[in-house]
Design a protein around this ligand. Structure first.
Ligand code: GZL
Length: 305
């Protein structure tokens, strides 16, 4: 029978599912795996969605291709996590012309025209960098520490913003950044870059890695060089995924700022509102905690990801 009244919260009335096309960055890190799990576990048929999901292997051209194919399919709504900030205006204009609303999750785009997307759901990466840097200053200022930085994917919002936030926080301290390179958010590349730093410098005191996975790679390199991570060389990372929290509890990392990957529920709620033609907030900031070694031991048993 006809579904009367306004569309139900579970979807656009009755048996009709909301078709959503999602372009994911890739599968580069533990964070990304948890983020993908959250989206796939939430945007299900029983929750009123018909999800089309694609993994772009961290390539922007693959994301643009996926978004174009979803536009062709005529999905009700598009969502994606932009691998880098720039280069999206054309495909976002195409979505707008096709009358298909777009939701950003996790990472931001640099588009001037914010009518190109309905909402951006994600953490405040500058704040994450500041939280990490402020702890470093509290713990290590005044000791002439030399620091190396493992940056995330070049041009990505988290890499740009975490670097900015950390740099601002340590600017009044005597912590000296002696080198900074991208490890592309992966464990393998984090290890390779750290090996290079260890060959180049013999006085590294601190590593700031933009995510746990690169920090875990740095741990492997530090141990292979016969040193003790967390003691000879301190490590601060961002994400707080299970492997990172275990290393923190084991004393191999000194501090982790969380970046919550469980964005599925927020995305589902915003997508339902957008399809129902309701107003949605342009920016939804996900709250992040932070953990030292003691807090990690406490929190580990209950961690969902
Ligand atoms: C942050 C997210 C970053 C994580 C990395 O929201 O975009 O990408 O910090 C992931 O682990 O690869």
């Amino acid at each position: 029978e006809e579904s009367g009244g306004s569309e139900s919260a579970e979807g656009s009335g009755g048996d009709e599912l909301i078709s959503i096309g999602f372009s994911q960055v890739g599968a580069e890190s533990g964070w990304r795996a948890a983020n993908t799990q959250s989206i796939q576990d939430t945007l299900t048929e029983e929750n009123g969605f018909d999800l089309s999901f694609s993994d772009a292997q961290q390539k922007q051209e693959n994301q643009i291709q996926a978004l174009r194919s979803y536009i062709q399919q005529g999905v009700d709504v598009l969502a994606f996590s932009p691998v880098v900030e720039t280069g999206w205006d054309a495909v976002l204009e195409e979505a707008k012309s096709a009358g298909i609303p777009v939701i950003l999750t996790d990472r931001a785009v640099d588009s001037e025209d914010d009518t190109l997307y309905e909402s951006f759901i994600g953490s405040d990466f500058v704040l994450e960098g500041e939280m990490a840097g402020e702890w470093a200053v509290e713990q290590y200022d005044g000791e002439g520490y030399k620091m190396v930085e493992l940056q995330g994917t070049t041009g990505s919002a988290p890499a740009i913003d975490r670097k900015e936030g950390f740099g601002t926080a340590i600017s009044g301290s005597d912590i000296e950044v002696i080198d900074s390179q991208t490890g592309n958010f992966t464990r393998t590349e984090g290890k390779q870059v750290m090996e290079g730093f260890l060959q180049k410098y013999d006085d590294i005191d601190l590593v700031f890695a933009h995510n746990d996975d690169m920090g875990l790679g740095a741990i492997e390199a530090i141990e292979a060089a016969g040193m003790t991570p967390g003691e000879d060389i301190k490590i601060i990372t961002i994400d707080a995924v299970k492997d990172g929290m275990q290393a923190l509890a084991d004393g191999k990392i000194n501090y982790i700022v969380e970046c919550n990957p469980l964005l599925g529920p927020d995305l589902a709620e915003i997508a339902q509102k957008v399809v129902a033609g309701e107003e949605v907030e342009k920016r939804i900031v996900v709250e992040d905690l932070a953990f030292d070694q003691e807090a990690a031991v406490e929190a580990l048993p209950d961690r969902q990801y």
